[in-house]
Ligand binder design. Structure first.
Ligand code: GDP
Ligand code: GDP
Length: 490
């Protein structure tokens, strides 16, 4: 008997009609159990689409569309995460508010009208009201007209606009949505056109139509990729940066809110923006070797935080050192996509000072792969930054991995795939086996999969490896790590 049977998914993607590319977005926020999902479903007419994930790791949120009096409005439920741990709620509240404020043009806070206000309700209200965006309070679970006036007591939160609603019974929706719709801007036709173009451009491979859809539903619509150039001292990071930015039109733009010497440079190429993060930092050198080495690690970690893609630069004349491996490890753990750049290839192929035979790319690749095993998903290229050889290829690889990391596999596809995975071959000790009922991709960048299982245990290493290999055989996700989470289905 197959102990790893999968069943059909219980969670399906929400319906995503594709005619609302530039429709304005409003957010619903609120602590767990106040009825956000119920309200979301009521307004969109769909079932909740994707479950949440750990705070700070993925930016899970759920998007839908609301047809309101002939207008299409987009809605995002920012409360995808339900922390088990009460202590995590304040962080979650803050995160929600941040997402809402970043993305949405109006915000509805939902509270439970049948229970006392809690501290998270109050904190969230304070954050949202202070933002200056149009904000509304929906007092939920006001299931009859008789109790609706009780909603007034929630004015203490500081909201001017308070609406008693019942998500479950569909009461009060009209007044709430009239107010929200009035606060949202009309879509500019030009904006819609521009976004449509972005759409078309992105639709170049098999996955793209899917990506397009998602983009139009709230993921940031942007063709900019931010890039960290990382590596130990003297591998050629600055030289590479010069080669990359010198070859296109570089726009130097200080980013607001960072220290003055943190400067990003953007290069436009093939209709894509490449932003190199903190170029001043990349050029900075430590005074002593030790200092330079420490600095290179600190910079790598800092730059990874601000990037989508990391260029891990290796010096071909020295091969992979411990410090390279260390920095590569940070890149792997950061969830960023990685391209391994073997630089100074010119120096090992011709006129070797040490009298050794010219290096062979195949042999060299094997050595690098062996030393950086955990980065086996990262493309590897050989360049000479100094001579500008193969520098073009860097742009291409960055674009490729940037696209790959945002791919999304539907729950339907995923479960069709899961049906054919032979988990018996994973080589997992019997007592560590678990039953995977189904699987869903909860996030992109990096692609993050949630496995719904019979037991709440950490995924055994061999399982993870096995599953990752299977997923890559099918969908590749070139350059990107793949993350897994386990959820016990109860
Ligand atoms: P979320 O965690 O904020 O998304 O909350 P849910 O939508 O999952 O709802 C939490 C609980 O409140 C569920 O048991 C719902 O059935 C219930 N609930 C949601 N809306 C209403 C409502 O309008 N009236 C009543 N009585 N219960 C509701
Ligand atoms: P960083 O400390 O990583 O920023 O390294 P630099 O860009 O300052 O380069 C360190 C040294 O390596 C300099 O002397 C560069 O001229 C040299 N270098 C950089 N790229 C190449 C290359 O592709 N080939 C060769 N032969 N030397 C290079």
């Amino acid at each position: 008997e197959n102990a790893f049977a999968s069943t059909l998914p219980m969670i399906e993607e929400a319906q995503r009609p594709s005619d609302a590319i530039a429709a304005p977005l409003f957010a619903i926020c609120g602590r767990p159990n106040v009825g956000k999902s119920t309200l979301f479903n009521r307004l969109t007419g769909t079932r909740r689409s994707i479950v949440g994930d750990e705070p700070g790791i993925t930016r899970d949120r759920i998007y839908g569309e609301v047809d309101w009096e002939g207008r299409v409005l987009r809605i995002v439920d920012t409360g995808g995460v339900i922390p088990d741990d009460e202590a995590l709620i304040p962080r979650e509240i803050f995160r929600q508010a941040q997402i809402a404020l970043e993305e949405a043009e109006a915000i509805v806070q939902v509270v439970d009208g049948r229970s006392e206000l809690t501290l998270p309700d109050i904190d969230l209200a304070r954050l949202l009201i202070r933002s200056g965006k149009p904000v509304f309070l929906a007092v939920n679970k006001m299931d009859t007209a008789q109790i609706a006036p009780q909603a007034e007591s929630f004015r203490t939160l500081g909201y001017k606009d308070v609406f008693p609603v019942s998500g479950e019974h569909g009461l009060g929706m009209g007044d709430l949505m009239d107010a929200v719709a009035a606060a949202l801007p009309q879509t500019e036709p030009e904006e819609a056109e521009e976004l449509e173009e972005v759409w078309e451009d992105e639709a170049t491979d098999e996955e793209a139509p899917r990506e397009r859809k998602l983009r139009s539903h709230g993921e940031h619509v942007s063709k900019e990729t931010s890039i960290a150039i990382i590596g130990r001292p003297n591998v050629g990071k600055s030289t590479l940066l010069n080669a990359l930015t010198g070859s296109g039109r570089a726009i130097v733009s200080p980013i607001a809110g960072t220290t003055r010497d943190a400067v990003d440079e953007t290069v436009e190429r093939n209709g894509h923006s490449f932003r190199f993060v903190d170029t001043a930092g990349i050029r900075r050198k430590g005074k002593t070797t030790l200092m330079a080495e420490k600095l290179s690690v600190i910079m790598a970690r800092k730059h990874l935080e601000a990037a989508d893609v990391a260029l891990l630069v290796i010096d071909a004349t020295e091969g992979v050192t411990g410090l390279d491996a260390n920095i590569g490890g940070y890149a792997h753990e950061s969830g960023r996509s990685v391209v391994i750049v073997v630089n100074k290839w010119d120096a090992v192929t011709t006129n070797r000072e040490d009298g050794q035979a010219p290096a062979d790319q195949k042999v060299y690749t094997e050595q690098v792969r062996h030393a950086l095993k955990y980065l086996d998903y990262a493309p590897l290229i050989f360049i000479s930054a100094r001579d500008g050889i193969n520098v073009d290829e860097v742009f291409k690889k960055v674009q490729l991995v940037a696209r790959e990391r945002r791919k999304r596999i539907s729950t339907g596809q995923m479960n069709k795939f899961l049906d054919h995975v032979e988990f018996e071959k994973a080589g997992v000790p019997y007592n560590k086996r678990l039953r995977i009922y189904y699987m869903t991709q909860a996030a992109v960048a990096p692609p993050t999969f949630i496995l719904f299982t019979d037991r709440d245990v950490k995924l055994h290493f061999s399982y993870e490896r096995f599953l990752e290999n299977q997923i890559r055989a099918q969908w590749r996700f070139i350059g990107s790590p793949i993350w897994f989470k386990v959820r016990a289905r109860n």
